[in-house]
Design a protein around this ligand. Structure first.
Ligand code: GLU
Length: 499
């Protein structure tokens, strides 16, 4: 098989939903594969059965597809190197574990959980770092036969070198070296026949002919152990690139994997499903995540996938940790929202409104979109800005009708004049503007003072999309009904001291 073809993989464990950090790792692998005309593989590392979460896989796949990170080989897609679920490859790990034992690079360990626990406690009491004491590394044939006769099912452990150093080169970090004395004889195959992460990961990266490994830098400590395995098996390791950690917006700590709420009540999404639910566009997320730890040049932020792919390469990945700026994401999402054709934006807002309980028809939404497109940063912002198009505003405080420099009496007068004028006004943006400005003038009121009660009456809010466009879409009947309701509310409240 051609060895100069780039093959990279994203290898999530289905132990939780996909978070922004995982998505960034997947995206960098995807971009690298696309840049080099190679293949991007999705491999599911599902051998840790205790941490398995049944709906995590669907979430990971949905989230990747939503972002446009499509895999060339993997679940639901297939490919020549399958199966792509580690739980379906157990025979392979067993085969290589046995092979390592035969070659004298691994050994069977019969230690009971109780013995291991006692060992750990003694190590802790002596202030030593925990690690297997290699009790079974030099068992005699007789001892082994005894254990076997007792029916004890062993684990298989790697015979780590006792001295010397292990080094590997990382494209982002340079050369990393560890003293072999710091490595214990890790388990490769558990007694239930399941591999550990280390064995399965190395076997699959080799069998799937992975050329480059891009993964989070929390895996750096595992890599020397993997080197030892590659060497023992006579395999050439892939090229490594451990991606810098993502920091929270303050740049001080590692970005949390859980959603956080700030004192001012703002929630920071972390999972891709949360960004999606919060109304971020997938194309904005794609663009944004590409720039977490990589840059196109020193000035361009808004980039198409094609531009990113054309330039994405490993040497440009920044070794320094990157802070996750929600402000920048909001800004970027706004840019993408403003660039959408109105019909497209309407289609995306419709389900968000439906979620909020509003049955919005597309033709109406397409008329509303131009009024709000410049003002929203997320799709969800559209709910607060358009809900009154779909339901009469309710429960607003009648005092809001009274503008800052207005009295209740003047406000009532304004509402009545508006009601009067709007019976016959031409219900187009231009027609409404003309009639209402003239009405304000005839009352000797400033246009702003005159418009405030109208705005509050029809929207229930003091801040709304542009008034005339809003009225035109609502139409005469609804506008008149809401104005009447407002003047009734105001007379009933009959406030003596406006505030
Ligand atoms: N299954 C590991 C994870 O969940 C994969 C690490 C790697 O890429 O080697 O992150």
């Amino acid at each position: 098989m051609a060895s100069n073809i780039v093959r990279v993989r994203f290898a999530p464990s289905p132990t939780g939903y996909l978070h922004a950090g995982g998505a960034r790792t997947a995206l960098f692998n995807f971009l690298f594969a696309r840049h080099h005309g190679g293949s991007f593989i999705l491999r599911i590392e599902d051998t840790d059965r205790t941490r398995y979460q049944s709906d995590a896989l669907a979430d990971i796949m949905d989230s990747l597809r939503w972002l446009g990170i499509l895999w060339d080989e993997g679940p639901e897609v297939g490919g020549p190197y399958g199966p792509y679920f580690q739980s379906e490859r157990l025979h392979l790990y067993k085969h290589y574990a046995e092979e390592l034992v035969r070659m004298g690079a691994a050994y069977r360990c019969y230690c009971s959980p109780e013995r291991l626990e006692a060992m750990r406690q003694e190590q802790a009491a002596r202030g030593e770092s925990p690690g297997y004491d290699r009790h079974c590394r030099h068992l005699t044939a007789k001892q082994i036969a005894d254990y076997e006769a007792q029916g004890i099912v062993p684990v298989i452990r790697l015979m780590s070198p006792l001295e010397g150093e292990t080094s590997f080169h990382d494209v982002i970090r340079g050369t990393i070296t560890v003293d072999n004395r710091t490595l214990d004889d890790m388990v490769l195959l558990k007694s239930d026949g399941y591999p550990t992460y280390h064995l399965a990961n190395v076997v699959d990266d080799h069998l799937m002919e992975i050329t480059h490994i891009m993964r989070a830098d929390e895996w750096i400590p595992s890599t020397p152990r993997h080197q030892i395995l590659y060497k023992a098996l006579g395999w050439t390791p892939p090229i490594y690139a451990h991606l810098p950690v993502i920091l929270d917006p303050s740049g001080k700590g590692k970005m949390s994997k859980r959603k956080k709420r700030t004192p001012d009540g703002r929630e920071f999404p972390v999972l891709i499903r949360e960004f999606r639910a919060a109304g971020y566009l997938p194309e904005a997320m794609f663009n944004f995540l590409a720039l977490v730890g990589w840059s196109y040049d020193d000035k361009t932020d808004i980039l198409t996938p094609e531009q990113i792919i054309a330039r994405f390469d490993l040497p440009a990945v920044n070794a320094a940790p990157a802070a996750f700026s929600y402000d920048k994401l909001d800004w970027m999402n706004g840019v993408y929202i403003r660039a959408l054709p109105a019909a497209d934006l309407a289609r995306r807002i419709q389900p968000v409104l439906a979620q909020a309980g509003h049955d919005a028809d597309l033709p109406t939404l397409e008329r509303i979109v131009p009024l709000i497109q410049e003002r929203i940063k997320t799709l969800n912002d559209a709910v607060e800005m358009t809900d009154f198009f779909f339901a009469d505003p309710q429960g607003y405080d009648p005092h809001l009708l009274i503008g800052k420099k207005m009295t209740p009496e003047a406000t009532l007068e304004a509402l009545r004049r508006a009601l009067d004028v709007l019976q016959t006004a031409d219900f187009t943006e231009a027609g409404l503007e003309q009639s209402l400005r003239a009405a304000a003038e005839s009352l000797g009121m400033k246009p702003g003072d005159f418009f405030t009660p109208i705005r509050v009456a029809v929207t229930g809010k003091t801040v709304s999309p542009p008034l005339f466009g809003t009225l035109a879409i609502l139409g005469r009947d609804r506008v008149l009904r809401r104005l009447e309701h407002a003047s009734r509310l105001l007379s009933e409240a009959n406030p003596t001291t406006p505030n």
